[in-house]
Design a protein around this ligand. Structure first.
Ligand SMILES: Cc1cc2nc3c(=O)[nH]c(=O)nc-3n(C[C@H](O)[C@H](O)[C@H](O)COP(=O)(O)O)c2cc1C
Length: 338
């Protein structure tokens, strides 16, 4: 029997597959099935900054900060008449999940700026959340806003949340930061225990008939895993906080690659929507088979073996790889292909 047990955010987990934030965990039956299938923890769906501010009637205060994007996003809020999406409904659901299963349950907060809404992290903690995942999705649409402004805002938010709670906080990041290693080390100083690589970038689509811009959500593809592997491999060994990978993890091979890059756990959503919750069991069984065949006794023997600090040729992760990849593509191949 291969040992899959691990630690994430200081929590003891029985394996590397965590269920990522998705509406699938809005049902207690599903939450039980996730545990039965081998999920080692569950991150619940998110509550949004805008939603919390609106419900707490602090909207006027928040709007007076002049954040246009805040006002714009109100139109897209989940239906507050849906009890599960209210603060009390969310906390009640969290309590029910805690009663239903033994694996850790993490609350998810989704926002971009500090404000009274971060107090909800404390409510999640009191309702029994074992950890908080903070999804920070901010887009720069104003030319006066610098990268340093955005990073400063993020660090302020993370500090506000980590100071509000005792449970560990993981920060789910966008991949579009200029110097990720520097930012991640600052997040560590701000009290984060882990980073989740990466939030997916949900680009809107254009309808050329109605001339409308429409929100779109496609499930991920395994090819989306590559930038996550790349950054996990660079960060591993350089920062002390935990690295989790989300985005494009669909199969046992994807989980193994994530651990080899230096990830401590993977967070899966799309594959469970596509194949069903029982897919977790198949992924774990396939990993078991692969590792046993190669005589590993623990999954963690593979941890970080393909990280930047472990491979002999670090240029594979740097500019050298860029040059090598482009120059290895021969013109003759291209000519032959057309
Ligand atoms: C239907 C759906 C709903 C999601 N809702 C949330 C959410 O509320 N909060 C959040 O942080 N991530 C949310 N996500 C993102 C997932 O948690 C996950 O990080 C992302 O989809 C990448 O993982 P995947 O490739 O396994 O889908 C959602 C994803 C899907 C597919």
């Amino acid at each position: 029997m291969i040992d899959f047990s691990t630690q994430y955010l200081g929590l003891k987990l029985n394996g590397p597959v965590v269920v990522s934030s998705t509406p699938l965990s809005e049902s207690i039956d599903n939450v039980r099935r996730m545990e039965d299938s081998g999920a080692s923890a569950i991150v619940l769906h998110s509550l949004f900054e805008e939603q919390l501010a609106l419900e707490s009637r602090t909207l006027d205060d928040d709007l007076s900060r002049g954040t246009e994007s805040f006002a714009e996003s109100l139109g897209y809020l989940p239906d507050l008449k849906d009890y599960r999406m209210t603060q009390e409904g969310y906390l009640e659901h969290l309590r029910q999940c805690k009663e239903a299963v033994r694996i850790p349950i993490m609350g998810s907060l989704n926002g971009a700026t500090t404000g009274g809404w971060v107090r909800f992290a404390k409510d999640m903690e009191q309702a029994g959340a074992d950890a908080i995942e903070l999804n920070t999705y901010a887009l720069a649409t104003d030319k006066r806003q610098t990268s340093a402004d955005l990073e400063g805002q993020l660090l302020e938010l993370v500090t506000a949340v980590t100071s509000a709670v005792k449970v560990p906080v993981a920060v789910k990041l966008s991949q579009w930061f200029t110097s990720l290693p520097h930012l991640v080390s600052q997040l560590e100083e701000a009290g984060a225990r882990g980073v989740v690589l990466f939030n997916r970038f949900y680009q809107p689509d254009f309808d050329i008939e109605t001339l409308e811009v429409r929100p779109t959500l496609h499930f991920s593809k395994p090819s989306e895993l590559l930038p996550r592997l790349h950054w996990a491999a660079i960060l591993y060994g350089h920062v002390n906080l935990d690295i989790a990978i989300t985005g494009g993890v669909h199969s046992a091979e994807d989980v193994l690659k994530s651990i080899m890059a230096g990830g401590g756990v993977v967070l899966m959503a799309s594959a469970l929507h596509i194949h069903g919750i029982d897919h977790i069991r198949k992924v774990l069984d396939d990993m078991h088979y692969w590792l046993e065949k190669r005589e590993y006794t623990s999954l963690w023997e593979t941890r970080g073996c393909l990280s930047r600090r472990s491979v002999p040729d670090t240029s594979a992760f740097d500019r050298g790889n860029y040059i090598k990849t482009l120059s290895s593509y021969s013109l003759r191949q291209t000519v032959g292909a057309f």
